[in-house]
Design a protein around this ligand. Structure first.
Ligand SMILES: Nc1ncnc2c1ncn2[C@@H]1O[C@H](COP(=O)(O)OP(=O)(O)OP(=O)(O)O)[C@@H](O)[C@H]1O
Ligand SMILES: [Mg+2]
Length: 255
């Protein structure tokens, strides 16, 4: 089973868009995928048009809001064929408090310990990370082995990247299996020189990890409001083409 964290400390760079469309793309090719929403915004469910009853909070604590015990497999929400969702949302605030109360030596690895599916039950775990950095982010990077880092080719600079890599290095000291495998340029606007410059700069620094860019595509920003992936909304849009390309790259394991 591959465990991919879609992570980047900066907000609004396309993490959720990538996690959701990648998860769906893999699932539609017959892979069994669990998408884990690690953000208090709970956007992954909205992007998929789903309203799960339970989520990551219940999965980890094995408790419902009213204190009753819940079995872990009941917290996995079937979102599409081959695609399950562990919902995020506001309950993750409580989950972070709960994690903070755990003994220091296990606090960072609770998720990794609990997220061990039965052999062959799943092919991919995809984590949609929140912006910023906290006890939950650390838990994700302890549970993942591959990091996919979306970088928006917009704004003043590649800001936030250095800070994020420092976080990543500190996580790698605790999880030696964790590798930065993919740098995904997002919101690429082929008309602007700025986009090309940023793309080239990234490519120079990360030739192995560099993926083909996800173009800026208005269809990608329309699809979530309808609760659909880009493949369901506009299969012929540039965004669908770009994410299909990413799915292929992941399936070929970077080749
Ligand atoms: N390639 C793209 N072209 C156009 N719009 C996009 C593209 N990728 C994402 N968007 C839009 O940009 C906004 C931010 O994207 P998204 O929510 O995926 O980012 P995020 O990194 O998950 O944000 P956050 O850090 O808040 O979780 C959304 O409205 C999304 O629909
Ligand atoms: Mg997000």
């Amino acid at each position: 089973m591959r465990k991919i964290a879609v992570a980047m400390a900066k907000g609004g760079v396309g993490k959720t868009t990538t996690a959701v469309n990648l998860a769906y793309g893999l699932a539609s090719r017959g892979k069994r995928v669990l998408l884990v929403d690690c953000d208090t915004q709970g956007q992954a469910a909205k992007f998929l048009g789903e309203k799960p009853l339970y989520g990551l909070y219940e999965f980890i604590t094995e408790r419902q809001e009213n204190g009753q015990i819940i079995a872990r497999n009941e917290t996995l929400h079937p979102a599409r064929q081959n695609l399950w969702l562990l919902d995020g949302g506001i309950r993750l605030v409580e989950l972070k408090n709960w994690l903070g109360e755990q003994p220091r030596d296990i606090r960072q690895t609770v998720l990794a310990q609990k997220l061990v599916p039965k052999d062959g039950a799943l092919d991919y775990l995809i984590f949609d990370c929140a912006p910023g950095w906290d006890v939950l982010s650390v838990n994700i990077l302890m549970a993942a082995t591959e990091v996919l880092c979306p970088v928006a080719l917009q704004g003043p600079s590649l800001e936030g990247l250095k800070t994020f890599f420092r976080y990543l290095q500190s996580a790698q000291k605790l999880n030696s299996d964790l590798r930065l495998e993919y740098i995904l340029p997002t919101m690429f606007d082929r008309r602007t020189r700025h986009s090309h410059e940023m793309f080239n700069q990234l490519k120079k620094n990360f030739s192995r990890q560099m993926c083909d860019p996800i173009h800026y595509n208005v269809r990608l920003s329309e699809a979530p409001a309808l609760g659909r992936t880009i493949f369901e909304y506009r299969a012929r849009a540039q965004g669908a083409y770009d994410y299909e390309n990413l799915v292929r790259r992941i399936l070929n394991n970077g080749s």
